[in-house]
Design a protein around this ligand. Structure first.
Ligand SMILES: Cc1ncc(COP(=O)(O)O)c(C=O)c1O
Length: 388
């Protein structure tokens, strides 16, 4: 590898050159959408060129879907047979809950208050099937102590849904401990890791979760329409999703409509025709993350987050993200008196952020540099009146 090639793989200034938006904008909104790279643009062009040149490239497209399954498996240290390729987190989780028997003695679904709306809504939809949904709420300081989970999970719990990093506050949960509490009561555990995948190391086996899901839109640097769900091996046989599709069948090409015989592995949570264009993009986005390395990304972003927090403290801002050891990820939330006005004011200065609840969300990733943090802090100082 040449020195300049090596640089393109380094977090910060090196890899940033692959993301044209930084030529004119300070982008700090990866919690909403990762920035577009030249790699992802090229991947879309490659998809169109192949389609144009060869027509129906189905063999190749299905192979690309398998490559995406394998790439996500590497990212979460799992086996490809443990990964379902889906079009969204919603699709994976809907398939998963459709496979829960919800017997009278085990029909409770425990969800944290930090679940993304889709997970909460899917859980509540199961009330139509007799489920009882219990919410685990955070403390006023923005943390969810493990005791709250322990109180909610019992021998009647079928599924515990938790979120690795909250999209609302940036709070990073101790997923392994939640999974342990679930296991102790014989319950299954799902970790929605959309805000974590590509930003912090994830090892599905070490976390001890039964399911882990994420999509490519955010820190995996691609576009909408592709997600994945890890399903712990050994669990598939027990779970029969009734929300399904022909790509979840044990033999897709038999085209047999005489019965339901789902694949013997996590593919039973796939569904219809794979989202081919998004798979091209997803492979390119996940490729960048793999080249740079999630450990290197996390270390780089931690430095930027520390610099950001120090600057926010100097401004006297109220940081809503808990800051204890192991609680910080790539997303920092700051209380605002008018968060929409603040996002707009920053946008007018070509600084892209987002908002949730009454907080400004600043999210940093492999392409951000110290100058971005300085630009952000300068802009926030100018709009200090909009910080609570
Ligand atoms: C934590 C989390 N889960 C899920 C989603 C999206 O789910 P879906 O892929 O179903 O749109 C998001 C997207 O913003 C998210 O932040």
């Amino acid at each position: 590898m040449t020195a300049s090639n090596r640089l393109l793989h380094a977090p910060g200034v090196g890899v940033r050159a692959r993301f044209p938006i930084f030529e004119h904008t300070t982008y700090a909104n990866s919690c909403s959408q990762g920035a577009l790279s030249q790699d992802v643009r090229r991947a879309y062009e490659e998809y169109l060129a192949g389609w144009d040149e060869h027509g129906a490239e189905w063999g190749h497209w299905v192979e690309r879907a398998e490559s995406a399954r394998a790439a996500f498996a590497r990212l979460v240290n799992a086996d490809p047979a443990e990964i379902a390729v889906t079009t969204s987190v919603s699709q994976g989780v809907s398939g998963l809950v459709s496979a829960l028997p919800l017997d009278p003695d085990r029909r409770k679904i425990v969800i944290s208050e930090f679940e993304f709306p889709t997970v909460g809504q899917i859980a509540h939809a199961q009330e139509l099937r007799g489920a009882e949904v219990v919410h685990v709420r955070p403390e006023p300081d923005g943390r969810i102590p493990l005791e709250r989970f322990a109180e909610a999970i019992d021998e009647r719990t079928a599924l515990v849904c938790c979120t690795a990093i909250s999209y609302r506050t940036g709070y990073r949960l101790d997923v392994a401990e939640v999974a342990r509490l679930a296991r102790e009561q014989g319950a299954l555990c799902l970790a929605d890791s959309y805000q974590a995948a590509g930003a912090i190391p994830l090892d599905a086996h070490a976390l001890g979760v039964d399911f882990l899901t994420a999509g490519t839109v955010k820190y995996l640097l691609a576009s909408a329409g592709l997600a994945f769900m890890y399903v712990r091996s050994g669990l598939h046989e027990r779970l029969l999703p009734t929300q399904t599709g022909w790509f979840a069948d044990e033999d897709i090409f038999r085209m047999d409509i005489s019965d339901y015989s789902p694949a013997g592995d996590a593919r039973r949570f796939d569904s219809g025709t794979p989202p081919v264009p998004n798979i091209y993009a997803g492979l390119a986005g996940m490729g960048i993350v793999a080249e740079v390395g999630v450990e290197a990304i996390e270390a780089h972003v931690r430095g930027l987050v520390e610099r950001l927090l120090a600057g926010l403290d100097e401004l006297g801002a109220t940081v809503a993200t808990p800051r204890g050891a192991g609680e910080l990820g790539p997303l920092v939330c700051v209380a605002s008196t008018d968060e929409r006005a603040l996002v707009d004011a920053l946008l007018a200065e070509r600084v892209v952020t987002s908002e949730r609840d009454s907080n400004l969300r600043i999210s940093l990733h492999l392409y951000n540099v110290e100058d971005d943090v300085a630009t952000l802090l300068d802009a926030l100082a100018r709009h200090r009146a909009l910080l609570a």
